[in-house]
Design a binder for this molecule. Structure first.
Ligand code: PEP
Ligand code: MN
Length: 338
């Protein structure tokens, strides 16, 4: 259920209503828009139906939301979510947000080199895994805290923001100490304890779509984060598993307009994991922006031939530079900046 307040509703009226909601054992989530304030009611709503909420002063309408996700829906927050990172980079606005870096942090040197490439191309976020979800337990699992230290050092040197994956509830506090944005990977999209923990962390979260998750499931996972009070969430379409084997995954371009209509949350696309093939990444990155995506995450490595993971889908410096040039033109054509 959501309660839409009148444009003239006073802070006292809004508080009064929130108190009533709490008295019934429910949680109010307040969204203050430009025009109106909306109160989302979380919990067992049947307790509320007995209350004539529309009679409360300042209330314009009380709407039942049929959708299973509430706080992630545009009904709750009609304006698209935008937020600014400490280095001034905006997420969710007119400007396309770029996140780039290696698949895994392999060492200090390669990360410094990558961060320089990233910075020289005007990118705001440095990505790279210090904790890696690998299909085989014998593959490189990441450098752990040592990797986080390199990420922080490289990002600080070049004025970048760190986005890196956290795989385990026990690591949220550690990763949040070094990272500016927590990444929840595809394989953990429905790790509900991790979602709850990240929802309570004081860091924005990048939530990647699971390999076989529907859009509804992705939005419900986002709902876990929002219902814990974290509203700085970015969704990421990174390809889903289909019968097609020519590419690593199949990027679901449809997901972009669907999510844009259903939700206020920004959505970015990861064409590196989506295709698994460097040569296909530019076409899909362009398609994503043309379809309305708010950003692109891509893998870049100073020497992909030597990469410890995902070399075949990682760009060399000059290829990344060419992509950025292309994307700049494309962004302009669809009324965005880059
Ligand atoms: C990653 O971005 O490092 C990653 C492992 O991606 P995904 O979770 O989408 O597979
Ligand atoms: Mn990777």
């Amino acid at each position: 259920m959501i309660i839409v307040m009148r444009p003239q509703a006073t802070p006292e009226q809004i508080n009064h209503l929130c108190e009533k909601v709490k008295e019934l054992g429910l949680t109010p989530q307040v969204s203050r828009g430009v025009q109106k304030t909306i109160i989302g009611v979380i919990g067992q709503e049947d307790k509320l139906r007995v209350k004539p909420l529309e009679a409360f002063p300042g209330v314009e309408a009380v709407l039942e939301i049929q959708k299973p996700y509430k706080l992630s829906s545009r009904d709750f927050k009609p304006e698209s979510t935008e937020f600014e990172m400490p280095n001034g980079v905006k997420v969710g606005g007119k400007k396309i947000v770029m996140m780039a870096g290696p698949c895994s942090v392999e060492g200090r040197d390669m990360l410094m080199k990558t961060a320089e490439i990233v910075k020289n191309n005007g990118v705001g976020f440095l990505r790279g895994g210090a904790f890696k979800p690998r299909t085989s337990p014998y593959d490189f699992q990441g450098l752990g805290e040592e990797g986080l230290k390199y990420l922080r050092e490289a990002a600080d040197k070049f004025g970048l923001m760190v986005v890196t994956e956290v795989m385990d509830t026990r690591m949220v506090e550690l990763v949040a100490r070094y990272a500016d944005m927590l990444q929840i990977g595809a394989r953990n999209m429905q790790n509900f304890d991790l979602l709850k923990e990240c929802g309570m962390a004081k860091r924005p979260v990048l939530l990647k779509r699971g390999l076989s998750a529907t859009i509804k499931e992705l939005l419900l996972s986002a709902e876990y984060l929002l219902s814990k009070g974290n509203f700085k969430i970015v969704l990421c379409e990174r390809g889903i598993r289909t019968f097609e084997t020519a590419t690593r995954n199949t990027i679901d371009i449809n997901a972009i307009p669907v999510i844009k209509r259903e939700s206020h949350l920004p959505i970015i696309v990861d064409p590196s994991h989506g295709t698994g093939v460097r040569a296909y990444v530019p076409a899909i990155a362009k398609a994503a922006i043309a379809a309305g995506a708010d950003g692109i995450m891509t893998e870049v490595h100073p020497n992909p031939e030597e990469a410890w993971s995902d070399g075949p889908q990682s760009f060399r410096a000059e290829e990344f530079h060419a992509l950025m040039d292309d994307l700049r033109h494309l962004a302009k054509a669809v009324g965005r900046d880059l």
